[in-house]
Design a protein around this ligand. Structure first.
Ligand code: GLU
Length: 435
């Protein structure tokens, strides 16, 4: 049996103006805290996550050798309810990134009015480099290593970049088997984002993309902007970007001009057939080579004039380098943390609106909450009910953000953060700090 050494913790990845992504997330919090004049004590309490769990675990590869993996679960805050947030499989995953993503979950759940706190986890791997059997063993071993650090009424994972419903079923199955037969059917809500057949909710697969579109629709209504005449560009054609496009074009009639994923960047000035691209991307595992558009350079994506830009890939994609050339009316953040604070400032100066991540992409965790509720109550809701409830909840969060924006005369990112921090700080004030 051969065994590789534990992977070295990855050096922090600097983000424009910050040593790492967590510092960027913390700066957004500080800005909101300054605007709303938040207590010093609460700033201290909220400056770091509550728990940082790191596990190293061995997994047998298909060739019989063993490899050691490093997995993270960060539990940022649980004053409003269970820790909640996705599990990411990506080569860039590292401690500071997961901490930032966990913090954003706290603010996202708070803004959406959910009874959840924030968490996030991940493993630093490229899932495309492993067989399905290996991914299953990695996921099960990771879940086992986390043990009772997760739980249906404690910390509830969900899919994120590089994971999906299949990953969640493996996690659920491992968890319920580890905790004994009596738990088998009462603990399904230990994860959300499961396939419907395994106890998932109708509409969870499309939920983040659908939520992105509902926030765009709320913005369009506010601006009296006709989405049927709108053009848009999507960066990232995975779960979030592809469903957002399918719904924005299919239900609102907007035209997709360009898209990008890890395989390539494509453009068609006359509009891309979104349904055809959706099917093509699933079949070919990427958008490169799509016959209904021409390939362009990666960086040229940002130069395309459109009404709406939907970054739905990774963090820190929009910086002071490309923000000045982005020619759109609205940036709708399907991804978590895609825009740096320097780019935010440029957009504010240029009069470009931005629907921030914690609002724009909250549809995923909102329907995760519906899934969790259905599991707890033994219910199964129809797709139209799920969509209607999602629309109501996310539109309500949008309206609340707009009210705070007007009250503080600030931008939408700061307004959304203020509202989110306010709910958490009210809860601390009511409960007091133990001991
Ligand atoms: N990973 C998603 C997010 O970043 C969903 C989290 C969840 O459903 O818990 O919001």
């Amino acid at each position: 049996m051969s065994q590789t050494a534990a992977p070295a913790p990855q050096a922090a990845i600097a983000v424009e103006g910050f040593e790492n992504l967590y510092q960027m997330a913390a700066s957004q919090f500080t800005r909101a805290a300054d605007t709303m004049n938040l207590d010093k004590d609460l700033r201290v309490i909220l400056s770091q996550p509550k728990n940082e769990i790191i596990v190293n675990f061995p997994v047998r590869m298909d060739n019989g050798s063993y490899q050691l993996f490093k997995g993270y679960r960060i539990q940022h805050n649980n004053i409003l309810g269970c820790y909640k947030g996705g599990i990411r499989y990506h080569p860039q995953v590292h401690l500071d990134e997961v901490k930032a993503l966990a913090a954003w979950m706290t603010w996202k759940c708070s803004l959406a009015g959910l009874p959840f706190g924030g968490g996030k986890g991940g493993i630093q791997i490229d899932p495309t480099k492993y067989s399905a059997d290996e991914l299953q063993r990695i996921t099960r071993r990771f879940t086992h290593a986390l043990g009772s650090n997760i739980g249906p009424d404690f910390d509830i994972p969900a899919p994120d970049v590089g994971t999906n419903g299949q990953t969640m079923v493996w996690m659920m199955d491992t968890y319920v088997n580890t905790f004994g037969a009596a738990h088998k059917n009462v603990s399904r809500h230990v994860v959300t984002g499961k396939p419907v057949s395994a106890g998932g909710s109708e509409g969870r697969d499309e939920a983040t993309g659908r939520g992105v579109v509902y926030t765009i629709a709320a913005w369009a209504q506010e601006k009296k902007f006709d989405l049927a005449k709108a053009t848009y560009v999507v960066q990232g054609f995975g779960n979030v970007g592809s469903f957002a496009a399918k719904i924005l074009t299919g239900e609102y009639g907007s035209t997709l001009l360009a898209a990008q994923d890890h395989t390539g960047t494509i453009h068609n000035a006359n509009g891309i057939d979104v349904e055809a691209l959706f099917k093509y991307a699933i079949e070919k595992k990427g958008i490169a080579g799509f016959p209904g558009a021409k390939a362009i350079e990666r960086d040229d994506l940002w130069k395309i004039k459109a009404d709406i830009l939907i970054p739905a890939a990774l963090e820190a994609q929009i910086t002071s380098k490309n923000a000045p050339i982005i020619d759109v009316k609205l940036v709708a953040e399907g991804a978590n943390g895609p825009t740096t604070p320097k780019a935010d400032e440029i957009f504010v100066k240029r009069g470009i609106d931005l629907i921030p991540d914690i609002l724009c992409n909250s549809g995923g965790v909102i329907v995760s909450y519906f899934e969790w509720t259905q599991n707890k109550q033994g219910e199964s809701w129809y797709l139209d009910e799920v969509r209607a409830k999602l629309k109501r909840r996310i539109t309500d969060a949008f309206d609340r953000t707009m009210r705070v924006k007007a009250q503080y005369k600030t931008d939408m990112r700061n307004a959304a953060m203020i509202r989110a921090v306010d709910r958490v700080s009210t809860s601390y004030k009511e409960r007091g700090i133990f001991p």
